[in-house]
Design a protein. Structure first.
Length: 666
């Protein structure tokens, strides 16, 4: 049988001229040859031939490009930036040093190609051959897509047999295989949802500034050099639309009222919901095939709170991000066995940030939602991040751009983020040791060992007088995380005794533990008082509200005290937290939920004192506050009925999780 293989029936113009095999039917535009040569890849129209397709498949073909077409989202008639659907395939890279990403979308090669033009069995086998080539030898074809072959039980075992004496790379770059053509129906759907219509230029500028000042410093998930350069060069409409709408959604919490008013929205929450659903439309339609972009967007969309039982909760989106993180192997050090020259330094830093941001969200959502940990650090060896991993992006933008878009204390904020990651690791160890359903009772040695690690973690206590108000807020924000960690660590041992503690010392030991819990809860109130006095609550982010819950749980426990003074002190401290939640609920739905829960608990535990407290402090959401309190971001009324089981759970000294288990059953 002859080994001669005929030229691909579809080829780009450059490959036809050179009379070489073209990969366009395998990779989509651009082909591998044009990618390596850094030239434009175009495919000439096919000559007429007898029809081989049925009418239904032909109807799905994408029409020719219409660059002058405009769309409107129906909000108003003011001029806006219009993104052509075809421009989606020109999305930028995450870092300039990365090789060009082969586009997944091309309207010139339809998914209605004849069957013989599609991947043959031999071409499908090349997928595996490309993976093996990337692992075992220097690949001949340009690799752009990160691929993680897995641990020894996967296909890695095959490679280890072939090269038993060599350290094989854990992360590979393989050619992009799948191509995607957006159908006219999908284009029309996205257009009807306003996905192709960006806000006004000044609104985009304000949204980006809000994101870069208030979101990126505590969750640096994007390469800001690419984002800022696109905005400065007037090419924001060419930025990745999925990522852009996700960024807008995360930043809208911090824009002034004039922005959502001039965009035609009735409230900040309405604008936030619109930004979210446009990003969600882009995600669900399946256009974006870059898993790094999907991961970044999922982390940002994880700030969404809506109906209590809807899957699009922070837990849902964060779970997607963690799944993508592990699929890509970001939990593993790419240089564990040997230095991987296929991975650029920019990619290393970005991947490291993405993994630790996933862990950060995993730990704190597990705490506040009462869910099991998804990331097991025993399976991970990605190095801890450093501030330079965040600051490296600024080297690729001008000083003028940095002064325009970034906080003046950006370097200090990067240090705070590293500290939050460290606290998140300790929180994971705390939840594993103290709150696992079937976990063993820890020994006194284990408890004292973890306590020592937590106490050695020094958080910023005093700030430099030269720091901005934003940096001062985030300094206190780190302190709130630390106090929440302390309460979470100590609280089970108010009643639980570790193995190895002598009976004679148990009473005194439990008393000391209770004092430590009380101290951390009181310190939380002190921090909130300072933030309120200095008017720093305007910088509160989505993660601020859940940090109050451990302290509020402690104050509520004191409301059960038989000592009237202790009971009243606990109630006063709880009321202070309730007032802070009242301030935050204008922006965050979760603050309204917490207020509803604790309002019912206060009235049930302290009916005689509740009557002496101003009604607006403990009042649950009513019709008067429906737009801001009793409704979720979809505009649906939240059920504020609080069950007796929920109140009983609040009274459980040893458990955080039981509260949300009861809440989920409501």
């Amino acid at each position: 049988m002859s080994e001669h293989r005929s030229r691909a029936p579809v080829a780009c113009q450059n490959c036809r001229k050179r009379k070489v095999r073209c990969s366009v039917t395998v990779t989509g535009l651009p082909c591998v040859g044009c990618t390596q040569d850094r030239i434009e890849c175009t495919v000439p129209p096919r000559k007429p031939h007898p029809p081989r397709r049925n009418r239904s498949s032909a109807a799905r073909r994408i029409p020719s490009r219409q660059p002058n077409s405009t769309v409107s989202d129906g909000l108003d008639n003011r001029p806006r930036s219009i993104v052509s659907p075809e421009s989606i395939r020109r999305l930028p890279l995450l870092a300039p040093s990365q090789p060009p990403i082969i586009s997944n979308r091309d309207d010139r090669i339809s998914n209605t190609l004849p069957t013989e033009d599609r991947l043959s069995v031999q071409e499908e086998e090349r997928n595996g051959m490309d993976i093996a080539t990337a692992a075992l030898e220097q690949p001949q074809r340009a690799g752009q897509v990160p691929f993680y072959p897995g641990e020894q039980t996967g296909i890695t075992s095959v490679f280890e047999i072939c090269l038993p004496q060599h350290a094989l790379p854990r992360h590979l770059l393989v050619p992009l295989r799948s191509s995607y053509t957006i159908s006219q129906e999908d284009q029309d759907y996205l257009r009807s949802k306003g996905v192709y219509t960006l806000p006004r230029h000044d609104s985009c500028e304000c949204l980006l500034n809000a994101y870069l000042h208030h979101v990126h410093p505590i969750m640096p998930v994007v390469d800001i050099s690419v984002l800022i350069n696109h905005q400065q060069e007037g090419r924001l409409d060419q930025y990745n639309l999925l990522l852009l709408w996700s960024i807008f959604f995360a930043g809208v919490n911090f824009v002034p009222a004039r922005i959502w008013e001039q965009e035609g929205y009735k409230s900040r929450k309405e604008m936030k919901a619109t930004m979210y659903y446009r990003a969600k439309c882009m995600y669900n339609i399946g256009i974006e095939r870059d898993k790094i972009v999907q991961l970044q967007a999922s982390l940002l969309l994880g700030f969404w709170h809506s109906d209590l039982d809807e899957i699009t909760q922070p837990w849902y989106w964060t779970g997607i991000a963690i799944n993508l993180c592990q699929m890509l192997g970001l939990h593993r050090d790419p240089d564990a066995s040997r230095y991987n020259s296929a991975i650029s330094d920019e990619q290393r830093r970005l991947w490291r940030r993405l993994f630790w941001n996933c862990l950060f969200r995993d730990r704190w959502l597990s705490l506040t939602l009462g869910r099991p940990l998804r990331i097991v650090l025993n399976d991970c060896d990605t190095p801890m991040p450093s501030a330079s991993d965040v600051l490296d992006d600024t080297k690729r933008i001008s000083q003028v751009a940095a002064n325009t878009y970034l906080p003046s204390d950006f370097a200090q904020l990067a240090q705070y983020w590293v500290k939050l990651v460290h606290l998140s690791k300790l929180l994971g160890a705390t939840l594993t040791m103290n709150y696992q359903l079937l976990g063993p009772t820890p020994t006194l040695h284990q408890v004292e060992g973890l306590e020592g690690e937590i106490l050695q973690c020094k958080v910023p206590e005093q700030y430099d007088p030269g720091l901005s108000r934003l940096a001062i807020f985030y300094m206190y924000h780190v302190q709130l995380h630390y106090q929440a960690l302390l309460i979470t660590f100590y609280r089970p041992y108010i009643t639980k005794t570790p193995v190895g503690l002598h009976d004679l010392h148990q009473k005194e030991w439990h008393h000391m533990i209770r004092l430590k819990v009380e101290s951390a809860a009181s310190r939380t109130n002190s921090i909130l008082d300072i933030m309120a006095q200095d008017k720093l609550l305007e910088f509160a982010c989505p993660m601020t509200t859940p940090l109050l819950m451990p302290a509020m749980h402690t104050h509520l426990m004191n409301c059960k005290s038989t000592d009237p003074l202790s009971q009243r002190l606990g109630l006063n401290k709880l009321n202070m937290c309730m007032m802070v939640l009242q301030e935050l609920q204008e922006t965050y739905v979760v603050a309204s939920i917490y207020r509803g829960v604790f309002s019912k608990a206060i009235k049930q535990l302290c009916p005689e004192y509740a009557s002496s407290i101003p009604e607006d402090v403990i009042r649950p959401p009513t019709a008067e506050y429906a737009s801001a309190e009793a409704r979720n971001d979809d505009g649906e009324v939240i059920d504020t009925m609080i069950s007796d089981d929920l109140i009983d759970s609040l009274m459980d000294e040893a458990s955080i999780f039981s509260l949300w288990e009861s809440w989920s059953r409501m």
